[in-house]
Design a protein around this ligand. Structure first.
Ligand code: GEK
Length: 246
């Protein structure tokens, strides 16, 4: 199988500015995210399985901050020939262009791409919403209003999957997890310099919160139950349900 182009964005000497989802990132994103997020393959595959189990016929699945559509495409595979509608939203044109050409090679299917800001896009008739590693890039003041709009657009009994890089409240554990994370990146072939440059580029752009903060906000919005279903050091994924029967 053809390997995706390798992420070498932070190898050079140029001092990076703030991280942006431009064409250079889109071109290597598949490799970048697999080598930068411990558990990404599991979260994507098991998330698709959770989505398939909670999809309600005649409703929509939203993949918010879809990038190259990994979650959407995993769900398409899981759903096999079951009819469904998947709405994949991202505000990066290069990401969506790459997803659209992937979809074209598959000869169409149930995924509709929307080049929109997830803080403004319409969310309606959703039984499943995926927010995989996207909320962390949203301005913290916009996070609760976004989650409220998602909640309002969901069917009773609907499922939200929220995956994020997280902070850990205990400073020693937080330091340990960050250390383990950097070891993971070194094991994935990133050099110390690449790791520290990427970290600097993300500093003002990716703003993580603790699992406690995520859980409390989801509960304030109305989701119940809310529960982490996966964690690998400072990366976690939660399930959050809109109460009521399907
Ligand atoms: C995956 N979910 O492969 N509106 C729309 N999209 C946005 C916004 C916004 N306001 N802000 C950021 N994005 C994917 C990975 S990546 C995570 C998600 C990462 C988009 C941004 O353009 C990018 O494609 C995505 O959110 C975040 O499972 O790079 O660590």
């Amino acid at each position: 199988m053809k390997q995706p182009p390798r992420d070498r964005l932070y190898v050079g000497n140029m001092l990076p500015g703030d991280f942006v989802f431009d064409e250079k990132v889109a071109a290597v994103f598949d490799d970048m995210i697999h080598r930068s997020v411990p558990g990404y393959t599991t979260i994507t595959a098991m998330g698709a399985s959770l989505a398939e189990k909670h999809y309600q016929p005649g409703t929509r699945i939203y993949d918010l901050g879809c990038s190259l559509g990994a979650a959407s495409l995993a769900i398409v595979r899981r759903m096999a020939s079951r009819p469904c509608e998947i709405v994949a939203v991202d505000n990066s044109r290069p990401m969506l262009d790459a997803l659209e050409s992937r979809l074209a090679t598959l000869g169409g299917g149930p995924v509709q791409c929307r080049h929109e800001d997830i803080r403004e896009c319409e969310i309606a008739g959703a039984s499943v919403v995926i927010l995989n590693f996207t909320l962390q890039f949203i301005d913290p003041v916009d996070r609760e209003p976004l989650l409220r709009r998602i909640y309002q657009g969901m069917k009773n009994g609907g499922l939200l999957i929220l995956s994020e890089k997280i902070l850990v409240d205990d400073p020693r554990l937080d330091a340990l997890y960050i250390d383990m994370y950097h070891e993971f990146k070194r094991d994935m072939g990133y050099s110390e310099l690449e790791i520290s440059r990427k970290r600097a580029a993300l500093e003002k752009v990716l703003l993580p919160e603790s699992l406690g903060a995520h859980g409390a906000r989801l509960a304030r919005v109305g989701f119940a139950p809310v529960e982490p279903w996966f964690q690998c050091f400072n990366f976690a994924s939660l399930v959050a349900f809109k109460p009521g029967s399907r």
